[in-house]
Ligand binder design. Sequence first.
Ligand code: EPU
Length: 420
Amino acid sequence: MEYFEIIGGKRLSGEVYINGAKNAAVAMLPAALAANDVSVLENLPYIEDVHSLVDSLTKVGAKCEFTDRHTLVIDSRGVRDPLAHYESIKKTRASYYLVGVLLGRFGKAEVAIPGGCNFGSRPIDQHVKGFEALGANIKIEHGMIIAHAQKLVGTNIYLDVVSVGATINIMLAAIYAEGTTVIENAAKEPHVVDTANFLNAMGAQIKGAGTDMIRIVGVKRLHGAEYMIIPDQIEAGTYLIAAAITGGEVTVRNIIPKHMDSISAKLQEMNCKIDVGDDFVKLCVPGKLQSANIKTMTYPGFPTDLQPQMTVLLCVAEGTGIITETIWENRFQYVNELKRLGCHVTVEGRAAVVEGGIQLTGAETYATDLRAGAALVVAGLAAKGRTLVGNVKYIDRGYEELVQKLANLGAQIRRVEIEE
Ligand code: EPU
């Protein structure tokens, strides 16, 4: 089995270049199927979730060719078959975007129910509600989402919960719908805006992305587009937290600092010094880290995808902090693994009380999902001695070259194969 082996205690310093946003990339790959044409996506992160989706796109008939590590040409003229039930579909949550895009383009889609990180129930009722409101008939049978529509017609859809996936999926289905679709209580995350921008570059008419009301006027035809994906705010945040936990001095480059506001503000509150430039954020730790309370929220609030990494930081900061998870019902599973390193965290429902000031000690651990894996790596950087993080396949799904990038910053970390 593959592990990341970390010998903790090294102070991180230097610069790290941030790749394209995973959660934008995994929406934009299916979105490229909306046009019967050729599109080019630049700044794609080189991660397993992207590779699974490229595999799925190929299987539905698109021709995909990497012209370099981060640039993909997608020719979707060969896409005829709205049936997607391959193994690769089950690997990534974002495969559900194939339902929206194929339904929009062909009036039908049959897509295997996707897998992805498991942290409690991950319903898709709001996606279904949106498709049905547009006039589609949706059945969930034999592990497949089956969608059919004679014709899609624009309408008003009010989401019961703010959902990134439902917002993007409804947007994808509504591009070709007759008339105007309005999504109210829409998600405002940067990757929602980025996907809308890509679709608009292809000729869609989407307005209001980034606010809680998105208006889509249906069009008859889209064309291919060349588009550069935004940088990954969660990857950037993970490196800032890693820098903070080692008392380091690190600059994350190639980012949009505005997307980092909630994270930078929380790190400042914890006594980190933050300098912001046009495309970078620099962090250093002039004194002792102080604990803080954190509540995960939809954008522009503090992102749930940095909650596990932040819990680890609270473990070493002075004082007690409470971290409240409002997005996912069961995203504290990793705490049991973290306890192997000696942390004092008590989970009570959706909140975790984190006792700080702890010297973590290295241990063998297993990632329970992508961000949990990142959190265990962050913990290993601060722990005394050797930490092993197993189930690295989760981490590979969302972080490009995590080991190499941390090593370049001075961490003692490597990928090792250990016999069972
Ligand atoms: N929800 C419903 N019904 C739905 C859809 C969502 O009740 O039909 C609920 C969920 O149960 C959850 C909340 O709404 O409580 C938010 O879910 P959302 O739909 O926004 O999540 P998602 O689109 O499935 C994306 C990211 C996640 C990230 C969340 C929240 C992708 C592929 N995934 O998931 O990213 O945590 O938004 O920001 O974009 C990660 O990167 O590690 C990750 C898990």
